[in-house]
Design a protein around this ligand. Sequence first.
Ligand SMILES: [Zn+2]
Length: 51
Amino acid sequence: MAVSECPECTFHIQLEEGVEVGQVINCPDCGALIKLVREFPPVFELAGEKE
Ligand SMILES: [Zn+2]
């Protein structure tokens, strides 16, 4: 199972199946809005602010 780190709190997030690049989720630990920007390996970046 793919695991990535929250960029805010470094919590290890387990990626659910079907999560796609560009999808925004909430970190289960700190609640930050994070976006998956790469799939292999999975990388999240903060997606809190909209331009
Ligand atoms: Zn977090």
